[in-house]
Design a protein around this ligand. Structure first.
Ligand code: BGC
Length: 784
C-alpha cells in the first residue's frame, strides 16, 4: 500500500538532532518515530531525548488526497476554495498553494481563441482564427489541430488550464461574444468544443469549459436572470456542454455570471449538482467566472461550485468558516470542493513537473511559433465562407496583378477588458483588419500579417492610394474610386466589425453605416464602369446585413477575424491557392427584427435584469425553417470554387430502435480541388411534443477532393440523438411515427431525403426530476 506520508528528509532530521546536541550517527540508530506525534526516544546511554519528527501527509498522488484533506486546518480549506493569483504574469488567475502539504499553485490563462496573457505582460502567443471561424470549418480535425497547438503553448508557458472552450449559444446576432462561441446549434457547438477539449487535454493540460450556462449576452451579464424552459435548456443551452462532458471529459467547468431561473449559475445546485454531476457524470472541478461567486462562498458550496475565481474575499471566507462552525454548512461540502480541487492539482502539469514557469519568457518557443503560425494560416480558409461568387469573380484570374484595396474605419463601442485600444479600431480596414476578438479572447500575437502585406507576399501589388498618392479610405471620392479602378485589376473592399467581452452589438454593429454603403456603391460603380470585378471581404465576428448592397458586388467572402496570419490566409483564398470551405454556423437574417429573440434581447418587459427566452427551442435555423422566415443566408450555407454532387443515399434499415446508419457519397463535380461539409438533418413528426422543422444531427467534412473524386460518409444515429426532452416525465423521448433524414449542403439546400420509422415510443434516457418550474408563455407552432 502506498504511503501517504512524506518523512522528513534525513538531512533535516540530522539538523534537528544536531541542534539538540546529538550526533547524526547516534540518531540514525534510533527507532522510527510515530506518525503525527513527538517521538520520545533514548540515546545509547539510556538518556531520554525528545526530538520531534513530525510526519505530515503530503500530496503525492490521487490516493493521498483523503489524508491531505484530513490534515488540513479549516483555514487552509477555506483558503483553497478561493483563487490566489497566477504563477505566470499576465495569466488570468491561479489557485492557492499550501507548501506544507505539498500543494502547489496552479495557473489558469484564457482563453478560447489562443493562450492569452494580459497585454501589459509582454508575452506573445499564436493568434488563431476566432472560434466562430473554426466552427464554420465544420472540420473537427482542424479544430483538434488548432487546440492541440494551443495546448502545447499552454504547456510551454507553464500554465495548467486554458480557460476555454467557450460554447454558449449564438442566441441573437447581437451577442457580444458570439465570435468567441461556436454556433447557434448545440450539436455543432458541442462537437467543436469536444474537439477543443481533446486537443488541449491530449497535451497534458486542462480546459475550462465555459460559461456554464446560458451566458448568451453581455448586457448585465452579472445580474441578469434568464428565464428558460427546461426543454430549451436541455435541448439547446445545455446540450453542447453535455456532449463535451460525455465525449471529452473536461478537467474543469466554469460557471457563468448570469442567473438561470432564479439562482446564479455558481449557486445553482440543479445546474451543477443535478445536471452536470449527477445526470452527466462530470467528476471534475467547477470554478466560477471571474467574480461569479459574488463572494458568497456558502451559496457557492451549496450550489456545487468548488472554486471562487479569481479569489474569495475575507468576508466570503469568514462566512464559510462561520457557517461550518455553527453547523449551517456541512463540512463535507467544503471537503468535496477541496477534493475536486486536489484532483485537478494532481493531474496538472505543474504537479507532474511536465512544465516549468519561466516568467521572463516573452514568446512561445521558436519551433512552436513557426509551426503554429503555419497552422493558423491553413485553418483560416477552412472557415472562410464564400457567400456570393457571381460569374466566378473569385479566385483571381491570371490577369489579376494589381489589387485595389479600401476599407471602412471602425472603432468598437466597447474595447473588451484588457485589450489594447489599438486592437479595437481599424483606421482603414483594408490595411488594418481586425485579426481577432477582444477581451479575454484577445491574444498578443507573435506577429501579424495585414492584407496589403499578404498580397505582396503572394506576388500581387496592392493599390490603395489616390491620384495624389494619399491612402484612400471610406471617405474616398468618386474620382478616387475611378483612379483605383483604372490602376488595378480587381477591387477588394474590407468591411470590418470588431467585438468583445463586456458589450453586445446593436443596429449599428449589424447594419452597414451610410458611409459604408456609399463606399461599397462608389467602388463597385467605378470598377464595373471599366468592366472589372469587386469583392467584399467581411471582417466580422457575427452576422452582418448584406441585403441592401449584395447585388452591387460580384463576390462576398466572409473572412471572420482570421487570426494573426490574416493577410496571408486571405491572399491564399483570393488567389485560389486555397479554396474556402466554411459554412455558416449561424443564420444571417434579412433584418435584426426577424431574429426570434429580437423582442427579448438583452432584456424583457423593460426590466434590465430579466430575459424571457420566449422563443424557447426555436433558436436560429430551428425558427427560420419552422416559421418560414427567409434569411439572407441560411445556417450551413457556403459556396466553393468548385461544386459537389451528393448521391447514393442509403439507410441500413428502415426503422430505428437502437442505431441506424445513414450513408451517402459526395463527389467533386467541378473543376477545382476543394472540400465540402455535408450536413444531416432530421425532420420529426409532431406528437406529444412539437418539433422544429429540421434539426442538425450530424455533419462531416471531406478531405480535399480533386475534380471527380468522391468520399463516402457513414453517420450513425441512435435514439438519444433524435430524442426531445419531455418535461412532464423528465426524460428524453422519441415518439413513434415517420421521420426523415435530410442530407444537405446547407439547412435549405437539401440533396437527399430518406424516410425511416419509429414503431413505438422510445424512452432514450431518464434524468433528474428536480427541474425548474418555469412559468413562461413560449413560442409554439400552435399559438401563431
Ligand atoms: C470572462 C471569462 C474569462 C475570465 C478570466 C471573465 O471576464 O467572462 O471568459 O475566462 O474573465 O479572464
Amino acid at each position: 500500500m502506498k504511503s501517504y506520508y512524506k518523512v522528513l528528509s534525513s538531512s533535516m532530521f540530522s539538523l534537528m538532532l544536531l541542534s539538540s546536541g546529538i550526533s547524526g550517527v547516534q540518531a540514525a540508530e534510533q527507532p522510527q518515530s510515530q506518525v503525527n506525534g513527538p517521538a520520545v526516544t533514548t540515546d545509547n546511554s539510556g538518556v531520554q531525548i525528545s526530538a520531534v519528527q513530525e510526519q505530515t501527509p503530503m500530496l503525492v498522488d490521487q490516493a493521498s488526497i483523503p489524508a491531505v484533506i484530513q490534515a488540513m486546518t479549516l483555514d487552509e480549506k477555506v483558503d483553497l476554495i478561493g483563487g490566489a493569483g497566477a504563477a505566470v504574469t499576465g495569466a488570468a488567475g491561479g489557485t492557492f498553494a499550501i507548501p506544507r502539504l505539498g500543494i502547489p499553485k496552479l495557473t489558469f490563462a484564457d482563453g478560447p481563441a489562443g493562450l492569452r496573457f494580459g497585454s501589459t505582460a509582454n508575452k506573445s502567443t499564436t493568434g488563431f482564427p476566432i472560434p466562430s471561424a473554426l466552427s464554420a470549418s465544420f472540420n473537427k480535425d482542424i479544430m483538434y489541430q488548432v487546440s492541440s497547438a494551443m495546448g502545447k503553448e499552454t504547456l510551454d508557458y507553464g500554465v495548467d488550464v486554458i480557460l476555454g472552450p467557450a460554447l454558449n449559444i449564438h442566441r441573437d446576432p447581437r451577442g457580444g461574444r458570439n465570435f468567441e462561441y461556436y454556433s447557434e446549434d448545440p450539436l455543432l457547438s458541442g462537437e467543436m468544443a469536444a474537439e477543443f477539449t481533446k486537443g488541449v487535454q491530449d497535451q497534458g493540460v486542462g480546459v475550462s469549459m465555459k460559461h456554464y450556462a446560458a451566458n448568451n449576452q453581455e448586457t448585465n451579464r452579472q445580474s441578469v436572470n434568464e428565464v428558460i424552459s427546461e426543454r430549451a435548456l436541455r435541448e439547446i443551452y445545455l446540450a453542447g456542454f453535455e456532449r463535451v462532458v460525455k465525449e471529452a471529459h473536461p478537467w474543469t467547468v466554469m460557471s457563468s455570471y448570469n442567473s438561470i431561473n432564479g439562482p446564479f449559475s455558481a449557486h445553482n445546485s440543479w445546474l451543477l449538482n443535478d445536471v452536470l454531476r449527477s445526470d452527466w457524470g462530470f467528476n471534475g472541478m467547477v470554478m466560477t467566472d471571474w467574480g461569479g461567486s459574488k463572494q458568497n462562498g456558502v451559496a457557492m458550496l451549496n450550489g456545487g461550485n468548488d472554486l471562487s475565481m479569481p479569489s474569495l474575499n475575507a468576508v466570503g471566507k469568514a462566512a464559510v468558516k462561520a457557517a461550518i462552525l455553527d453547523g449551517s454548512l456541512q463540512e463535507e461540502k467544503l471537503d468535496t470542493a477541496i477534493e475536486n480541487i486536489l484532483n485537478l492539482v494532481v493531474k496538472s502539469p505543474t504537479f507532474k513537473k511536465l512544465s516549468t514557469v519561466d516568467d521572463a519568457k516573452q514568446s512561445v518557443s521558436a519551433d512552436l511559433a513557426a509551426a503554429n503560425a503555419k497552422l493558423s494560416r491553413e485553418a483560416a480558409p477552412e472557415g472562410m465562407v464564400l457567400l456570393k461568387n457571381k460569374n466566378k469573380a473569385l479566385p483571381f484570374n491570371d490577369t489579376v496583378k494589381k489589387v485595389g484595396i479600401v476599407g471602412n474605419s471602425y472603432t468598437m463601442p466597447s474595447c473588451g477588458f484588457g485589450t489594447p485600444a489599438s486592437a479595437c479600431t481599424t483606421d482603414n480596414a483594408a490595411s488594418k483588419m481586425f485579426l481577432m476578438g477582444t477581451g479575454s479572447a484577445y491574444v498578443t500575437p507573435t506577429h501579424s500579417v495585414q492584407l496589403p502585406e499578404g498580397l505582396k507576399n503572394g506576388g500581387y501589388i496592392p493599390v490603395s492610394t489616390n491620384a495624389s498618392g494619399a491612402e484612400i479610405n471610406e471617405n474616398l471620392t468618386a474620382e478616387d474610386a475611378a483612379y483605383m479602378a483604372q490602376n488595378s485589376d480587381i477591387g477588394v473592399i474590407v468591411i470590418a466589425r470588431g467585438s468583445g467581452e463586456g458589450a453586445d452589438g446593436n443596429d449599428t454593429t449589424f447594419e452597414p453605416s451610410e458611409k459604408e454603403s456609399e463606399l461599397i456603391k462608389k467602388v463597385s460603380d467605378a470598377y464595373h464602369a471599366v468592366n472589372k470585378k469587386v469583392v467584399v471581404v467581411l471582417n466580422v465576428g457575427a452576422p452582418f446585413n448584406t441585403v441592401n448592397w449584395r447585388n452591387s458586388v460580384d463576390s462576398i467572402l466572409l473572412s471572420w477575424q482570421p487570426g494573426m496570419e490574416a493577410g496571408n490566409a486571405l491572399t491564399d483564398v483570393l488567389s485560389g491557392k486555397a479554396n474556402p470551405s466554411g459554412k455558416l454556423p449561424a443564420t444571417f437574417p434579412v433584418k435584426l427584427e426577424d431574429s426570434p429573440s429580437y423582442a427579448n434581447f438583452p432584456s424583457s418587459d423593460g426590466n434590465p435584469n430579466l430575459v424571457n427566452y420566449k422563443e424557447d427551442i426555436y433558436v436560429g435555423y430551428r425558427y427560420y425553417s419552422t416559421f418560414n422566415v427567409k434569411p439572407a443566408y441560411e445556417f450551413g450555407y457556403g459556396l466553393s470554387y468548385t461544386t459537389f454532387d451528393y448521391s447514393d443515399f442509403k439507410l441500413n434499415k428502415d426503422s430505428l430502435s437502437n442505431k441506424i446508419k445513414v450513408q451517402f457519397k459526395v463527389t467533386n463535380s467541378g473543376s477545382l480541388a476543394g472540400k465540402e461539409a455535408p450536413q444531416l438533418y432530421v425532420s420529426a413528426p409532431d406528437g406529444k411534443l412539437e418539433k422544429p422543422a429540421i434539426e442538425l444531427k450530424a455533419f462531416g467534412k471531406t478531405r480535399e477532393l480533386k475534380p471527380g473524386q468522391k468520399e463516402t460518409f457513414n453517420f450513425f444515429i441512435d435514439p438519444k440523438d433524435i430524442a426531445s426532452f419531455d418535461e412532464s416525465t423528465s426524460s428524453w423521448i422519441v415518439e413513434k411515427g415517420t421521420y426523415q433524414f435530410k442530407i444537405g449542403a446547407s439547412s435549405s439546400d437539401i440533396r437527399g431525403t430518406l424516410n425511416f420509422k419509429v414503431d413505438k415510443d422510445i424512452i432514450a434516457e431518464i434524468v433528474n426530476a428536480n427541474g425548474p418550474d418555469v412559468q413562461l408563455a413560449t413560442l409554439s407552432k400552435y399559438n401563431q
